[in-house]
Design a protein around this ligand. Sequence first.
Ligand SMILES: *Cc1c(COP(=O)(O)O)cnc(C)c1O
Length: 440
Amino acid sequence: MTNISQARYPGLPAGLTQGQPLLWLNPGYDPQADGRQTGLDPQIAEDRFTRCAGLLAQMFPELQAGGGRLSSPLTAIPHLRDALTRAPVAGAWLLKRDDALPVAGSVKARGGFHEILSLAERIAAEADLLPDGADRLVLAGPAAQAVLGRHAVAVGSTGNLGLSIGLIGAGLGLRAVVHMSADAKEWKKQRLRARGIEVVEHQGDYAAAVAAGRAIAQADPLMHFVDDEHSEALFLGYAAAAHELQAQLQTAGRRVDAEHPLFVYLPCGVGGAPGGILYGLKRLFGAHVHGFFVEPTASPCMLVQLACGVQQPVSVYDVGLDNRTDADGLAVGLASPLVAPLMASLLSGVFTVAEDTFYADAWRLEDTEGIYIEPSAATGLRGPLQVLDTPQGRAYLQSQGLASVMDQATHVIWSTGGSLVPEDIRQGFRQRGRQAAGVA
Ligand SMILES: *Cc1c(COP(=O)(O)O)cnc(C)c1O
């Protein structure tokens, strides 16, 4: 059988356009690359988070306990590892719990807080309310709040980014407008509306909601549009997670060097969150960190874009896939044109995951470790097996000279969302997961 996509895009791995789960190794991966030449400096975001910590602690009760610092736990998941693997498996499996990030309940808190803080600082500075070096607490004061209240922030989203920007924007005193695609989950719309956030619904997919929201914001000088496909502020907010992970690995006694490789598995939608995190990690760990993105079999937009070359946009629709997945946040047809070129040399590979697999794995994680995460966040749970237990994974380890040190490897599976999912929705996910795992 001939396959038109395969003929037109020879870089695509066999089986991709049929929706087969697979691991694709990035031929452009360069262990020496660290992204430094791009000029995007994660320190900008870290400094902003530091100077705004007092403000965040005051404005968000959820952040008080941590002194206004945004962070999530790093947790060992040995029971899940044992459940997924029969033979004893080498290395440590750790779960980075961004599902538990305060306020937004997903990785989007990182990018979202950074972009909205940067916006609030700019608005206040333009109103002469924020002299150089001023304590950011003035943003919570009546004068700044009066000004901020006249400004709006808008975003287009299938869910989690809208939830993040809406809750964070409103929390900082801005009017917030969230443009959602028709397939966005009802509970997310309700949660936003309950907080006084405007929800505008659009026909079509995520890209259509983004385009509509962007057009409306462009016509309004007091409305800032958070542009998931192009935003450097979001990207840098994600990148700031790298130092947090570095400190946690140190505390956990996990070294990262040539004999102790670090593998990171990151669910990918448009690419901003996983791209920013990997970018930050590459600057800290260089060739010793190996980044793999995870995408649903129906929506492998970053894989498609990198496999076809980043000179021109190629979407999952172009290669005959339908972008229909239950994995919220990952149903993205076209990768970010900001992030894809950056990943061309930094990313080790991408693996794709079928719907039943991530539903089942989300259920298994809760069953074995008592940790609930949303289905899209569970896509990375088989990352270590992709690397250790597939022909492509073993080829990667060989090519990087890692086969003999995998006993000492650290695998960090990035869990990207879940704590805001209401209990009745969780019940539905659990049931589907139990069925998919064959224990119903
Ligand atoms: C948004 C999101 C991602 C991926 O982030 P992108 O910046 O879109 O690549 C992963 N998991 C969840 C749960 C998300 O909401």
